[in-house]
Design a protein around this ligand. Sequence first.
Ligand SMILES: Cc1cc2nc3c(=O)[nH]c(=O)nc-3n(C[C@H](O)[C@H](O)[C@H](O)COP(=O)(O)OP(=O)(O)OC[C@H]3O[C@@H](n4cnc5c(N)ncnc54)[C@H](O)[C@@H]3O)c2cc1C
Length: 478
Amino acid sequence: MPDYDVIVAGAGIAGSLAAASAAKGGAKVLMLDRNDYTKVGKKTNWGWVCGDAVAKSHIDFITNEIDLRFGDPELDLKVDGVYAFSPNLEHRFIFEGEGYSLDRPKLAKKLVDYATKNGTEYEQHFEVEGPIIEDNKVVGVFGRDHKKEQVKLRAKVVIDALGIASMIRRKLPTNDYIEQTVSTDDIESTGRYIYRFEAKADDLRYYDPKNALIHLNQVLAPGGYGWVFPKRNKRMNVGVGVEKKSLEIRNAKLSKNDTLHSLIDQYVDWNPVIASKEMDPSDENGKGYWSVTVRRQFDSLVYPGYMGAGDSMAMPNPISAGGIGPAMVAGVLAGKAAAEAIRDNDTGIESLWRYNLSYNKSYGNKTAGLEIFRVYLQSLNNDLIDYGFGHFITEEEAVEISYGRIPKLTIASTFNKILSGISNITAFRNLLYTVDKMKKLNALYARYPAKVGEFKQWKQLVNAEMAEVKEKFKPAPV
Ligand SMILES: Cc1cc2nc3c(=O)[nH]c(=O)nc-3n(C[C@H](O)[C@H](O)[C@H](O)COP(=O)(O)OP(=O)(O)OC[C@H]3O[C@@H](n4cnc5c(N)ncnc54)[C@H](O)[C@@H]3O)c2cc1C
């Protein structure tokens, strides 16, 4: 006999929202996390490691779906948008509209309070060690409780919201639906500081109190980018994400030995606006490192008795690495689908499949295209990115791409673009190829299998497109 209808493993953004949404749907829910209730949502010993930026549309999604409203103090600062700068800082494109810089510890507390208020039981200091599997179905989790005693807990459905290193996903049996691991090529190593700072000068290319800034620069942040996100009270969240292979190639070519840690410090030193700085001591959350995936979410998010949401399912946006929004969307939808499956008295894969469909419709259908664009971007050095910003695409086209839509880069419109230099022309041709592949993948995801039986064949088509692109484009940061 199961102890609960739903066990949610992990009380981060995805977990707390999944628990709240399932409990609101009438399910008996237990949420497990290693963190103390006062430090809920803390990812690692480093803290709530994040850039803290989220689009307003994602916050609005939660309010519309489960009637949870946000304000002070969790929405730390409102921003008008996100600007991406070319390496030479001569061009900038805005993408994503209004958004917020969050106070992550306060947001996490608000979400867990909402989950418990709606009936979720929260067990703190619980270390989840893996799934209990019977007859190829997940029927619970095992782990160690606050006394470090081995415990088995059973449920009709388990929602895995343990983040990127999930102990449940990694211990599932090999199966056609959920991948146990993520390729290191699809992972960004990231780190950031939260500083209180004094400004030396006004230069909106380096710090903008009203906008989040992203610096594409293959020397400063190989295979990723650097960011400066404003926060309230003269504070900023400043960090860097790098891809392992790009960093190795960049180091070898420049005869350097840089690491993520040294690159973050160089990025801070590179910023002429920062006159003096000190680490923000609040919540011991001023400095931290962690990893983010930059691929499409797993093609299926369900397995018999099992659903995944957030970083555990590789949900962060492949271009921006923004994972808060997708974790919010997925948490709400996973909880809702779990409660429906409980009401239907069926937590088999066919029944849970409804969550694959709702997530794909709400967010997931664009991410394979974005993954391809990310792979293309990592194949360009700084000169090509500078040239591309100036010649390849208009601001509107860049915005379209960032939303996963296909820009009108038709051959006809390209006649007006006068390109010079063989590598620039090759890079532009590669962009046309990339956009064509994005179109194909968006079309495939528009036909996301409605039934479990159609999944295997559909996935083969996705894999074939992905493999072709990844074979064609290799990281070439310098
Ligand atoms: C440096 C950095 C910057 C980022 N910047 C941004 C940004 O600006 N905007 C954005 O949208 N996204 C950003 N992201 C990504 C974003 O932080 C994540 O996508 C988001 O936190 C995912 O939430 P989650 O609930 O899925 O997982 P997590 O936040 O990782 O939560 C997982 C929870 O599970 C718990 N847990 C894990 N394992 C166990 C276990 N074995 N037993 C018990 N409990 C366990 C953890 O303690 C945690 O509470 C950034 C990430 C990093 C690393």
